[in-house]
Design a binder for this molecule. Structure first.
Ligand code: ADP
Ligand code: FBP
Ligand code: MG
Length: 319
């Protein structure tokens, strides 16, 4: 049984990270275990920016996006020296195990920390939904709902003006957000980094559809598939149709978490704390077909999650 654990959030923030951290803290306290919060991810671990948490430290946060612990991207942590400094700080405070809430990069960092002897339990926290072994990542549902709300609004104005509107959404390497919101938002095209596309073919089809009387078109572009501004310029020139571009940006990462993100993050937070306290480590908790599952940490970071071909097919059929 561990007597003192810590929790951190790392990488891009995502709505529901607060709910997960809250569940870790309250579960640990319920079990009579001391729990620390590390500010700003690995940056805070290296800078010794950590403090003991109480139940009230995590009050009034379940409904908030972002993360009360702060988050960061830490280049120093990618060095052996940085990781050793973080380990020394954990040891100084008697921290015996760590829950890391973050994306693929943060979990990769966690796998390296565990090699230095720190028990690690990871929770997938990223709007990109790109962590291997889990259908679900904390925050992706809320972000997808925000994007669909934006698509709905863009459809109104696209329809009024008979325009093509491209909307760029996040996803550096992953098209999950673009594909799911493209389907849910009724987009004509979804451009993702995982699938090759031909702009000339797309323009031809868009033009033919307009000639048949179509009023407007929506194209969702994952940022990893190219700049929507550049693609939009080309589409406007090649089709001769009035075209506009909207880059959604960080609006899609903020905001109050959805019920799904609050509940699932809370379930994962409890599991993570209980597992770590009981001596389990090197695991990531996620969801598979609606049930909580544990994934080996090294498997989670060494495998690449692929975009479900069924989603790609469905988007084409329904366009
Ligand atoms: N290969 C790596 N080795 C060590 N630390 C890493 C590695 N990749 C990422 N990290 C740490 O995790 C942080 C967050 O990773 P990043 O990829 O930016 O976000 P996310 O966890 O959301 O995918 C990085 O700033 C770095 O400190
Ligand atoms: O906040 P930043 O630094 O602009 O990062 C933007 C990136 O963050 C994300 O929203 C989340 O990425 P990570 O989960 O890998 O941090 C990406 O989709 C996007 O490319
Ligand atoms: Mg990532």
């Amino acid at each position: 049984m561990l007597k003192c654990i810590a929790v951190m959030t790392s990488g891009g923030d995502s709505p529901g990270m607060n709910a997960a951290a809250r569940a870790v803290v309250r579960t640990a306290l319920y079990e009579g275990v001391e729990v620390w919060g590390i500010n700003n991810g690995y940056k805070g671990a290296i800078e010794d920016d950590m403090y003991k948490l109480e139940s009230r430290s995590v009050g009034d946060i379940i409904q908030r996006g972002g993360t009360f612990l702060g988050t960061a991207r830490s280049p120093e942590f990618k060095t052996e020296e940085g990781r050793k400094q973080a380990m020394a700080n954990f040891k100084k405070h008697g921290i015996q195990g760590l829950v890391i809430i973050g994306g693929d990069g943060s979990l990769t960092g966690g796998a390296l920390l565990s090699k230095l002897g720190m028990p690690i339990v990871g929770l997938p926290g990223t709007i990109d939904n790109d962590v291997w072994g889990t259908d679900y990542t904390i925050g992706a549902d809320t972000a997808a709902n925000t994007i669909v709300d934006a698509i709905n609004k863009l459809r109104d104005t696209a329809s009024a003006h008979r325009r093509i509107i491209l909307i760029e959404v996040m996803g550096r390497k992953s098209g999950w957000l673009a594909m799911t919101t493209g389907i849910a938002g009724g987009a004509e095209y979804v451009l993702v980094p995982e699938v090759k596309y031909n702009i000339d073919d797309m323009c031809q089809e868009l033009k033919e559809a307009y000639d048949r009387g179509k009023r407007y078109s929506i194209v969702v572009v994952a940022e990893g598939a190219g700049s929507a501004i550049e693609i939009g310029k080309e589409v406007g020139e090649k089709t001769g149709i009035d075209t506009r571009v909207s880059v959604l940006g960080h609006i899609q990462r903020g905001g109050s978490p959805s019920v799904e993100d609050r509940i699932k993050a809370s379930m994962l937070g409890e599991k993570a704390a209980l597992a770590l306290i009981s001596g389990l480590s090197n695991v990531v908790f996620g969801f598979d077909a609606g049930k909580v599952v544990s994934i080996d940490l090294n498997d989670a970071v060494h495998n690449q999650k692929t975009l479900d071909p069924e989603l790609i097919r469905l988007a084409r059929v329904l366009a």
